[in-house]
Structure formats: structure tokens, C-alpha cells
Design a protein around this ligand. Structure first.
Ligand code: AMP
Length: 298
């Protein structure tokens, strides 16, 4: 019998951002999903992710094109870049990081309170000409696009534009440049994108995509949840159930203390964990333990 081949061609080629805001979060997510980047060096352009997955490292803005052309099967990039590319790709999974908004911003002293205040022919500097053009067309306001490739924030101060359309995360870049947000055009997060032409993929590739999607989804779902364990008085179980409904109701386990207490286990939202703990304590909860979850499949 022949041993299984160890040099099979990768089933799925995945385009990942090589630098910028999305690069590290993407690597962390893939590592959490068991797909650690195994690169020969920090500057390697390709790397094995283990199993049937191969990564190629490219600029986030090139990823929609590479995926739509079939040079990569799937990719990770921002929703803003997908929209701006105009490429036919499917945003399959919201990865939750790289959150920002594409916004119209004007000089503090301009007095613009909303886009209604902008006159026809307003000059708009942006690195997102496609989204900007579409947005102003849809709201029925004729503008002039000033396409730029670098920092848009300087354009109103140089007099080459009246307002800008740019990405905003914390808003501090706008503030330090004397600009104020006037309107949000879209919000964006990193997404897993897949070629719209995947209908012609073979079964192996489709299975690999499903496995990748499930692995990433389970890690993302787990990030917002915690696993909580507590000992509570048996007599308060109904009230405890209101506090920690869990996925199908809390797990209840006997404790060998004569029956006065039971242990309850449940998956609970991380965002409200402090309130949950306080409410359990008020019900007589003791020995409360909270742990992170690696993966969660509902
Ligand atoms: P901030 O000062 O936090 O509002 O960040 C604004 C600057 O960071 C702008 O120059 C944006 O182009 C850039 N930026 C913010 N969020 C993102 C993102 N998710 N992806 C890429 N660039 C971003």
C-alpha cells in the first residue's frame, strides 16, 4: 500500500492582507481557528496554513480583484475595499474586526452641518471615488470628485477640495486635522470574500471552503461569549435560569452537599458578564468561574 501523499496541491488558496490595519487581526483569527501561518520568513509572499490551505500575502485593496479573477479562491479584506473595487465577489462572513466608517468630513469652520448644506459642484477629495460617486448620485447631489492616492485630510486645507470622504475609526485623525464628520456613507469590517464563480469549483474545494467558513465562524462566535460555572441554591434554580438562559438552558449538575446546592454551567454574553455575576451572587451564587471559549458552534 502506498503511503498518503504529503505534497498534495492545496485545495484552497487564501489571499490575506500583507500589512496595514487588517494584517495582524487576520493572522490572529486564523491562528485561533487552527490555521497558523507557517511562513519561511516574515517577508515570504506565500505560506502554508496547514492542511489543504495556502496563504498568499498581498495588499488588502488588491484582494477583491485577485479573488474575482480566480488567482485566489477566497480572501480577507474590508467591506469598503470590496465595494470600491466593484468586483463580483461574495462577502461570505463578517469577521468583526477592522471596524471603521466611510464618512464625509468638512473643515471645522465650514459650518456644514449635513450634506444638504453642500452646494452643487462641491469638490470631494477621496481615495474611494467609486463609492463616493455612487453615494452622491443616490442622494441626488451633483459633486466633483477629486481623486487622490494619499491622505485626504490635507485637501480642504490646500483648497483643492471642499470636503473629503475618508475612513474614520476613532475620529482622532479628523480632529487633529481640524475636520468634522458630516455624514456616514457606510460602515465596514473585515470580511471573508469568495469568488462569485465558485459554482464551477470541484467538490474538494467546496468542502475546504465549508471547513474554513465553519472554523472561522466558530472562533468569532466564541469571542463574544464566556463559559460560566457557579454553585447556586437549588431552591433558586428558576430565578437562575432567568439570569443565565444559556443556549438550551443551563446545565445543572448535582453537588454532594446533601442537595442544598447545584452547579450550573452556561454560555453567556461576554459584554454583560459583570451584571450576570452580580445577579448570580444576589441569588446566593458561590464559586463563580468564568472562562474563555475557543470555539462555539450553535
Ligand atoms: P482614526 O484616527 O482612528 O479615525 O483613523 C483614521 C485613519 O486610519 C484614516 O487615515 C483611515 O484611512 C485609517 N483607517 C481607519 N480605520 C481603518 C480600517 N479599518 N482600515 C484601513 N484604514 C483605516
Amino acid at each position: 500500500m502506498r503511503p498518503p501523499s504529503t505534497t498534495s496541491t492545496p485545495a484552497l488558496r487564501i489571499a490575506l492582507p500583507n500589512k496595514g490595519r487588517l494584517a495582524q487581526d487576520t493572522r490572529d483569527l486564523f491562528a485561533d481557528a487552527g490555521l497558523e501561518v507557517r511562513a519561511a520568513s516574515d517577508r515570504a509572499l506565500t505560506a502554508s496554513l496547514g492542511g489543504e490551505f495556502e496563504a498568499i500575502f498581498v495588499r488588502a485593496q488588491d484582494i477583491p480583484e485577485l479573488v474575482s479573477d480566480g488567482a485566489a479562491d477566497v480572501g480577507v479584506t474590508g467591506l469598503d475595499l470590496i465595494e470600491e473595487s466593484g468586483r463580483l465577489v461574495e462577502a461570505r462572513l463578517d469577521l468583526g474586526f477592522g471596524r471603521c466608517r466611510l464618512a464625509v468630513a468638512a473643515r471645522e469652520e465650514s459650518g456644514f452641518s449635513g450634506i444638504d448644506a453642500l452646494g452643487d459642484g462641491t469638490r470631494v477629495a477621496t481615495t474611494f471615488p467609486r463609492i463616493t460617486e455612487r453615494y452622491f448620485r443616490e442622494v441626488g447631489k451633483p459633486i466633483e470628485i477629486v481623486p487622490i492616492s494619499g491622505a485626504a485630510e490635507i485637501a480642504p486645507h490646500l483648497g483643492i477640495a471642499d470636503v473629503i470622504v475618508d475612513l474614520v475609526s476613532t475620529g482622532s485623525t479628523l480632529r487633529v486635522n481640524g475636520l468634522r464628520e458630516v455624514e456616514t456613507i457606510m460602515t465596514s469590517t473585515a470580511h471573508l470574500v469568495v469568488s462569485a464563480g465558485r459554482g464551477s469549483w470541484d467538490a474538494g474545494k467546496r468542502r475546504a471552503l465549508d471547513e474554513l467558513g465553519t472554523a472561522l465562524e466558530s472562533v468569532i462566535a466564541a469571542r463574544n461569549q464566556r463559559y460560566l460555572m457557579a454553585n447556586v441554591p437549588r431552591a433558586r434554580l428558576e430565578e437562575v435560569r432567568q439570569v443565565i438562559p444559556g443556549i438550551n438552558g443551563p446545565t445543572v449538575i448535582d453537588i454532594l452537599d446533601g442537595g442544598a446546592h447545584v452547579a450550573v454551567h452556561a454560555v453567556v454574553p461576554a459584554a454583560s458578564i459583570y451584571r450576570t455575576i452580580a445577579r448570580l451572587k444576589a441569588l446566593g451564587g458561590e464559586g463563580i468561574l468564568v472562562t474563555r471559549i475557543e470555539r462555539l458552534m450553535r
